[in-house]
Design a protein around this ligand. Structure first.
Ligand SMILES: *Cc1c(COP(=O)(O)O)cnc(C)c1O
Length: 360
């Protein structure tokens, strides 16, 4: 029989709400407060984000990452523009065309680059390939930090991309659904990964970091934030009881809980990676630089792990098994998983009939 496990490796959005976010919601839950973002929690949460980035950025809250990404990209582009991103980018593969829809038709142009990262050369080549008016004019580059395959852009890589992007007259958008994990790993001031490197707008992820709901859209380029509140409202992204969307940010930001949680998730992933490297036959597909490990396991092992109640995806991004750690993953979870991989490797036990490996 399939075991029920309290925690798994399917996604960091499968994890519950972290205590700091939960407590902040409760603190905001005492009295009446004004609606649509004019409450004191929202003001303080915006201020807390400005403190973290050490600049007077414009901050908006959205319910999810798809909205944050597509609305912010729409504010960088006209309908006849295009957005350059990696072929594995969430905006391309997992947003059901929302960036194109909200921008009224801006085309996504795909480029490649090692380890899920946009290569600066491919940006230049794409922009220079065509300059006639029959081709949708590139206007933005979108990058993901940390990437869809669990790698990170270093500050130097970001500065180089930022310089090239701006040199070509384009804006730089960052999908930071897992920005906290990248920041925790790189251990540098948040400004070094954003506006100092040329990022114009960051979609700062809250959900995968331990919030119940919500992402912050942070504009470092003030002009691009012009009338953004109207876009949010039109798209159904203006929360009327805004304090429940904003207060949890205060909870995770006020004593560094967001980075503690992210470092913990990263450390669990590092432990998982190290353990897998010890097991013959288990391969690691990408450098582990955040909270995900992409492992190559054979179908017999995958089916055996499913039969023992483990959950993880085996088709996300570039393939392989994506093992995602979250703020509440325990070392014991990691060790139990590794023990099962080792045991299945040694035993020859086969569950492929009862737990087939499904691939898209
Ligand atoms: C999870 C995720 C998002 C946000 O997705 P939603 O389901 O719309 O909240 C955005 N970008 C990346 C890279 C993600 O992993």
């Amino acid at each position: 029989m399939k075991q029920h496990r309290p925690r798994n490796f399917a996604s960091d959005n499968n994890a519950p709400v972290c205590p700091e976010a939960w407590e902040a919601m409760q603190e905001a839950n005492l009295h009446h407060a004004s609606a649509y973002g004019t409450d004191p929690w929202t003001e303080k949460a915006c201020e807390a984000i400005r403190d973290i980035f050490e600049t007077k950025c414009e901050v908006f809250f959205a319910f999810n990452g798809t909205a944050a990404n597509s609305l912010s990209l729409a504010s960088l582009c006209q309908s006849y523009h295009s957005v350059i991103c990696h072929s594995l980018a969430h905006v391309e593969t997992d947003e059901c065309g929302a960036p194109e829809f909200y921008s009224g038709g801006s085309k996504i142009l795909l480029v490649e680059g090692e380890d899920g990262k946009v290569s600066p050369d491919s940006v230049e080549a794409t922009v220079h390939r065509r300059s006639d008016l029959h081709f949708p004019k590139p206007k933005a580059v979108s990058i993901t930090q940390s990437t869809e395959v669990g790698t990170t852009y270093t500050p130097a890589e970001l500065r180089q991309l930022g310089a090239i992007t701006h040199g070509l007259g384009l804006h730089l958008h960052m999908d930071g659904a897992r920005f906290a994990n990248a920041l925790a790993e790189l251990n540098c001031p948040p400004k070094d990964l954003t506006w100092k490197a040329g990022v114009d707008v960051l979609c700062l992820g809250g959900t995968k970091n331990g919030l119940a709901i919500g992402e912050a859209v942070v504009f470092f380029n003030h002009q691009l934030a012009n009338e953004f509140e109207y876009r949010c409202k039109q798209a159904g992204q203006l929360c009327s009881k805004m304090r429940y969307l904003s207060a949890p940010w205060l909870g995770v930001l006020r004593d560094g809980a967001w980075l503690r949680h992210a470092s913990h998730a990263n450390a669990c992933a590092a432990r998982l990676e190290a353990g897998l490297r010890e097991i013959p036959g288990a391969g690691i597909l990408f450098p582990r630089e955040a909270n995900a490990v992409f492992a190559q396991l054979n179908d017999r092992i995958i089916s055996g792990l499913y039969a023992r109640g483990w959950e993880f995806y085996n088709f996300i991004a570039a393939g392989g098994c994506r093992l995602m750690c979250s703020w509440d993953t325990t070392e014991q979870d990691v060790d139990d998983f590794l023990a099962d991989v080792a045991d299945l490797t040694a035993s020859g036990e086969d569950h492929r009939k009862s737990h087939p490996v499904l691939r898209h």
